[in-house]
Design a protein around this ligand. Structure first.
Ligand code: GDP
Ligand code: MG
Length: 168
């Protein structure tokens, strides 16, 4: 069985964009039919063909439009995100570098700590941002491993891949 990496984070931070960046090759993007793979939650990252791993996007597990904000952390989405995280070998805690740390990020981090899975902080949307400023905003979370990426522009994905593979 492939090792499993879970993408966890509040809505709109770019989990699905990162999922696509990790699991879709250029060829797959061209050949995919719109709507067929869009809502897929599990995929395989083959960016390093020698070291494939499974990826789960926990955000869409209970379907589109179901948000942690409206459901609360006791809701079905949160429960399923939690069990996906618990089953994973590595969690990527994804946050939004443009918006900075929010109360919901704090809350998600609190339950992530309870799962005690190895976790890497991934600050997304750093395109056009000052990386030092963005990183300092999340410094209080105390992560030793922090990756700054732009999933939409495939920026920092190689470094992220390297970090993931070193942890699996
Ligand atoms: P999710 O709810 O966490 O799955 O977030 P999505 O992947 O659906 O992305 C939410 C929004 O953020 C979309 O409008 C994306 O186009 C945008 N987004 C995602 N990644 C980036 C990024 O790296 N940079 C910028 N500027 N926008 C991004
Ligand atoms: Mg999503």
């Amino acid at each position: 069985m492939l090792p499993l990496v879970a993408l966890v984070g509040r809505p709109n931070v770019g989990k699905s964009t990162l999922f696509n960046a990790l699991t879709r090759s250029r060829d797959a993007l061209v050949h995919d039919q719109p709507g067929v793979t869009r809502d897929r939650n599990y995929g395989v990252c083959r960016l390093d063909p020698e070291a494939p791993f499974a990826v789960v996007d926990t955000g869409g597990i209970a379907g589109e439009g179901v948000h942690l904000e409206t459901q609360g952390l006791a809701g079905a989405t949160a429960r399923q995100a939690r069990s996906a995280a618990e089953e994973s070998d590595l969690v990527l805690f994804v946050v939004d570098g443009r918006e900075g740390a929010s109360a919901l990020d704090d809350e998600i981090l609190a339950w992530l700590r309870k799962t005690a899975r190895p976790t890497v902080l991934v600050i997304n949307k750093i395109d056009g941002m000052d990386e030092t400023t963005v990183r300092s905003d999340f410094a209080r979370y105390g992560f030793s491993d922090v990756l700054a990426v732009s999933a939409a522009h495939r920026q920092g994905i190689d470094e992220l891949l390297e970090e993931i593979l070193a942890r699996l």
